[in-house]
Design a protein around this ligand. Sequence first.
Ligand SMILES: *Cc1c(COP(=O)(O)O)cnc(C)c1O
Length: 957
Amino acid sequence: MSHSLSQFSSENDFITRHIGPTAEQTQTMLSKLGVQSVEELIGQTVPAAIQRGPMPLPGAVTEQQALAELKAIASKNKIARSFIGMGYHDTFTPGVIQRNVLENPGWYTAYTPYQPEIAQGRLEALLNFQQMVIDLTGMDLANASLLDEATAAAEAMAMCKRLVRKNRSNVFLVDENCHPQTIAVLQTRARPMDLEIQVGNVAELIDTAECFGVLVQYPGSNGDVTDLRQLCATASSRDIMSVVATDLLSLLLLTPPGEQGADIVVGCAQRFGVPMGFGGPHAAFFATRDKYKRSVPGRIIGVSVDARGNPALRMAMQTREQHIRREKATSNICTSQALLAIMAVFYAIYHGPKGLKKIASRTNRLAGILVAGLQQLGYQTNSAFFDTVTVATGDKTAAIFKAAQSQLLNLRNNGQSLGISLDETTSAADIEALWAVFAEGQTLPSITEIDAKLGDYPGIPAELQRQSEYLDHPVFNQYHSETEMLRYMHRLERKDIALNHSMIALGSCTMKLNATSEMVPVTWPEFGRIHPFAPREQIQGYLQLVDELEQQLVGCTGYDKFSMQPNAGSQGEYAGLLAIKRYHESRGDTQRDICLIPSSAHGTNPASAAMAGMRVVIVGCDEKGNVDIEDLRAKAQQHSEEVAALMVTYPSTHGVFEEGIREICDITHQFGGQVYIDGANMNALVGLAAPGEFGADVSHLNLHKTFCIPHGGGGPGMGPIGVKAHLAPFLPSHPVLPVEGLSADNDTVSAATYGSASILPISWMYIRMMGAEGLKQATSMAIVNANYVAKRLSDSYPVLYTGRNNRVAHECIIDLRPLKEASGISEEDIAKRLMDYGFHAPTMSFPVPGTLMIEPTESESLLELDRFCDAMISIRAEIAKVEAGQLPLDNNPLVNAPHTQRDIADANWERAYSKQEAAFPAAELFGSKCWPAVNRIDNVYGDRNLICSCPPISAYQ
Ligand SMILES: *Cc1c(COP(=O)(O)O)cnc(C)c1O
C-alpha cells in the first residue's frame, strides 16, 4: 500500500490531545454502559426535541496553525508608550513571576480554595495579598481581591448603604475627579438598587450634601493629590461613610487613606506586575475598618487552627456567600481574580518595601522632571501630583495629542487639556520625547539640569508625605534574590492540588484541560501591553479577536449577539438580567420585575436577580430534581403582569437533561417573561443543542469552565453573555471606549469595555483548534465520562438524580445522606479522605446538602477516571468497616483525614489503622504523593476568631 500525504494530516491531532479517552478506552466505557456507540448514548441522554444540526463553525486546525493565525491578529495591535493612566499603567512583570506563576499550571489550573488542607499555598499567597493591602492603605482589614476597581467601588457603595442605618438618604456622592469608568459602573449599579449617584466636587459639597456615602479618588483621575482628612472627618461627623479609590504605588510615598480617616479603601493592584492586557484581568482590592469586618464583600482569607492545633489558613465566613443568603445577598462574588492578586503580591514580595519605594520614587521624580520641563516650555499643570499630571493645552490640545499619537505616545485627551501618567517603565528618553511634542520647536529642557535642582518628592505636599512604615512582615523582606523567590513560590505551589496533579471533578465548575497552546498567547506583548483606552487604530487586533470570538460563540449557542464585558459568570447574570429589564422598560412594561427561579438554582442566580432590582419567586422541583412545570405555570400565571424573567440552568444543576425545557421556555414567554439560561453547564450542550435555538433569550457562558480559561485558584474568568437580537440594543457599553453600535450611555458592568480581554485568546484558540466536530466530540465525551463514573460508583453510592434511560448529563450527584445515617461518616469526611488518595473532592453539598457532585469532563482519560473511582470505592469499603463496627466512629481513617507528614512522624500513633492505610491507601501514591500541608481545619474557630492578616512567623514554629 502506498502512502499519500493526506494520510499524515494532523488537523485533528489537537482534538485527541484535548479529549482524554482514546478510541479504545471509549469502547471499554461504552460496553460498561451497555451501548454500541457514543451516538447511541447521546440519543438516550439528550432530548430529541432540542438536538441541533452541525454548528456553523470551521473545521479544526493544528496547534501551530492556530497560533500562527492568532499571531497575525495580535500583530494588528500596535504597542505604544502608554501615558493614559486612568487606572491602567504599564509595568514590568518580573520574569520569575511570569514563568513560574502566570505561565505555570501548578498555579493557574487550581480551583478556588474550598478544600483548604490542599490549598495552603495559594491561601498563604492570598493572605499575603491582604497584608500588603492593609499595610499600604493603612486600613485594618482587606479581602482577597475583587473583579476590578470600578466594581469594587460599587461593592463599597452597597456596603455603605447597608451599614449607614440612621442615614435615610439614597444619594451616593461621587467626586468628579474619579475615573469615568468607575462613575459609569456606579450609575449602573445604583439604578436597580434605587440609589442615586450625584457627581460633583465632594470637598465643597460634604458640609451640606444629603448622602449616605461619598467616593473620592486619591490621587485624582487627573493626577491631583489632595488632603482627605477634613473631608473624612466631616463625613464621619455627619454619619456619612467615606470611600477612597486609590493607587497602591502612590501609597508608598503618600499618607495612606487609612491614616486620614477613610472607612473603605478600594483600588486595583494591576501595576504591581500585571500586564494592562487591554483592561484585564487584574485584581481589585477592598480594605476597611475592623468594625465592618463582617460586612466585607468577596472572599477573606483567615487564620484558623487544624486538628493538631497548628495554624492553618482557610476562606473565612464562607457561609456568608450568596449560596446561603441567596436573594438576600447584597454582593455576588464567586470567581474573582485570585491568580492576579497572587501575582501582585509576589511582585511586592520580590521587590520588598525598599524596592517598591524605589520604583515609586523614581516614577514620581520623573513626573517632577516632566513638569519642570513643561513649565520651561510655557505650560501649566497641577502642582500636587504623584505620577500623573494634567497639562493645560487649550486650543493646541488636538494638535499635540495627534502629534504624540503619530509617534505612538498615547496621552489622555480631555478636550482642553492633556493627561500624562508615568510608570515604572518610563525612561528618560520618554520624557524627552514627551517634551518634544509639547515644545513646538523650542529648545528642549535638560533632564540633568532639572534633576540637579529638583527637591525630594516633587509634587507631594509635605503634609501628605508618608511617614508610617509598611510591609515589615518577614515575608516581604526575605525573598529578594531570584533563587529565594523561585523557591518560595515553588514551596507554596507544592502544597496545592491543581490539575497538573490529578483530576478535579468539581461539579458545575468544569475543570477541563487548559491546553498550553491556548495559554501561550496570553503573555504575548501584543496582547499584554495594550491600554484599554488606547486609540482604535492601535487596537485593531483586539477588536478582530473579540469579533471572531463572538462569531465562534454565536456558532456554539445559537444566539445573535454577544457582550464580552462581564468578567465572571455572576457578572454575566447581572448584565443579562439588566438587559431583560431594559427591554421590558423599552416596551412600557416597567412593572415587570419578578424573576422566577427554581429551588435548585446556583446561589448566584437569586443574588444577581436581587442586584438587578428583581423580586425572586421560587419555583419548586419534583422528586427527580426537575422543574415542577405545573408550579411554574401556576406562578407565571399568578404573576402574569409582573414576570420579567425565568432563570434556569440547563442541563439542570441536578445534572440531568430535563425533557421539558422547551415547554418551560414556552410557558415563560406565554406570560410575557424572558428566559435566562445559566450557561455554566454549557459543557454538556456545545455541538449537541443550542440554547438560542430551544427557546432561551439570553445566557452567560463561563469561558473559564466550558471554554478552557483556567480557574487560576479562584479567578480570573470571563462571563460573556449571548442574546437574541431583540435584547442586543440593551447590552452593556462603556463611557470611554463604547462598544461599536451601542451608545456610551448603555449600562456598564465592568471597568473595561471587554472585561478581562487578555484571556479571550484562550477560548479563541480552543474553538479554533477543535472546530465544529471536535467541540461536539468533547461534549459527547464529557457525557460518556460522567455516565461511566456514575455507573462505576452506583454499586457503592446511590446516584441521586437521573434522566431518561437512567442517564446523567455531564455530571452526577451521589447521595451520601443514607450512608451518614447508617455509619456516621459525613460527606466532609469523604471529601477530606479523598485528599489522602491524592484527589481534590468533588463539589460538596451543592446543590443538595449531604451530596457530592462529580463532573469528570472530557479531558480525563479512562486511567484517571478509574483511579478516582477506585479511590471512591475503596473509601466506601472503609466506611463499611465503620458501619460494621470494625473501626470506631471516632478513630478511623475518614474522620481523621486528611493525614499529614506530622501524623506519620508522630511517635504516639494510637490509631485503629496503620500508617500505611492512613497515608498510602493506594500503592501508586508512593513516590508521588501530594501531602496535605495541614490536618483538618477547624472552620468554626476561624470564624469566631477572625484573623485576616499574616501571623508573625513565630506562630508557624
Ligand atoms: C460557576 C457558576 C456560576 C458563577 O460563575 P462565576 O464565574 O464563578 O461568577 C453561576 N451559576 C452556575 C450554575 C455555576 O456553576
